[in-house]
Design a protein around this ligand. Sequence first.
Ligand SMILES: [Fe+2]
Ligand SMILES: [Fe+2]
Length: 385
Amino acid sequence: MNSMKTGSVNSIEGATRATTKDGNDALRTSSVNRRSFLVKGLVAGAGAAAVSLTPWRAKGAGGLTPGDAAILRFLAAAEIIETDAWQQYNEFGGIQDSEVPGGTGNALYSTALSVLDSDMAQYVHDNTEDEFTHFDFINAYLQANGVAPVSLDRFRTLPSSQASGAQQIGRLTNLMQLSVDTSWWTRYRSGSKNPDFGDTFPQAVPGLVQGQFPAIPRTDADTAGSTKKKPSTHLQAIANTAGFHFAMIEQGGTSLYPSLAQRVTHPEVLRILLSIGPTEAMHFQTWQDKAGNAPPLTDPTNGLVFPDLNSPPFGGETFQTNLIMPEPTVFLDRKFPVCSIVRPTETEGAAMGAVNFLTRTGLFVGQSSQFFATLTQLAQAADAA
Ligand SMILES: [Fe+2]
Ligand SMILES: [Fe+2]
C-alpha cells in the first residue's frame, strides 16, 4: 500500500523520479519509527522538535525525500488552485496592473466590495500576487531538487464569468456556485472548543452554506441596477459572499501549512512551510476583519440572508464582529491551560481534509473526474509522507 502511494507521488503530473522497491521498504520502516519517536518525544515533554527535524529518510536522487517532495507537490497544487480563484477576484475587484495581469476590472463590483473596506481593491490585488509567488516558488524549488513541478493546466476547463471585467479563459475553480462555509468565524471565537477535538461550530452566515451562490457577478445582469455610488442589494450580497469566502480560503491555508509541516523532514523544507504558512494567516486576519463589515441584508433574488452579527440572536462572544483576535482555547489536551492558537493543526489526513472541504464548498463544481483523481493522488501522497 505504501509503495502504491509512493509510486503515485512520482508518476502523476509528469514527475520523473523513480522509486525502487528497496526505497519503498525503507520509507515504510522509517515512517513507523519516526512516528513512534515523535510520540515518545511528546510524552517525555522534550526533544520532539529536535526529533522532527532529523532527516530520517534516505534522500532520493534529487535531494528531497519522497515524503517532502509529496508534501511540496500537494502544496504547489493547492496554491495553483488558490491562485486561480484569487485571479478571478482580482480581474473584477482588484487593482489592475502589470503585477497581476488579466482582467479589466468591474467598477460596480469593486464599489460593492469597497463597502467592506475602502482598500479592498488593494488587498485583493496583493493577496492574488502573493498566491502566484507561492506556487511559483514551490515549483521552482521542486525543479531545483530534481522533482517535476506541478501543473494543473490541463484542468483549466471551467468557463469564465460573462460579466464585464473578466478575461475569457478556462478556469480551475468555480466562484459562481459557492456554498461558503463560515464556521471559521465561530471556531476562532470559541474559548472551549477545537476542531482537532472533533468539535463543530455554528455558521456565521447560515444561508451561505445551504445553497449555491455567486461570489463574483456571473453576467452583467448581476450588476444591473447598481451605480458606482450605490450597489444593488443583490450585488452587495455577491460582494458579501466574496468577503466571507476570502477569509474561508485563507484560514484554510493558515491551518494547512502547520498541519503538513509536522511531517516534513528536511530543515529547509520545514523553513519553506514555516515561511509561507504565516502569510496565509496574515491574509486571513485581514479578511476576517473585513468580513465583519459586510452589511446585513437579504438578497431579493434568492432570499440569502446576511445577519447582523452584533445583534440577537447573534452577537456576544460567538459572533461579535470586532472579536477578530483568536480566542484562547483547548489545545492538545484539555488538561493544559487554554492557548491562543491556529486551529485545526492535526496532521493526520490534513491534505485530503483540505481537498474534501474545498470540494464541499462548491469550488470545483463542474470539474472533471480526472481533476478530482489527480488532486486526490497528490493529497494522499502528501498524507502518506
Ligand atoms: Fe497561498
Ligand atoms: Fe492564501
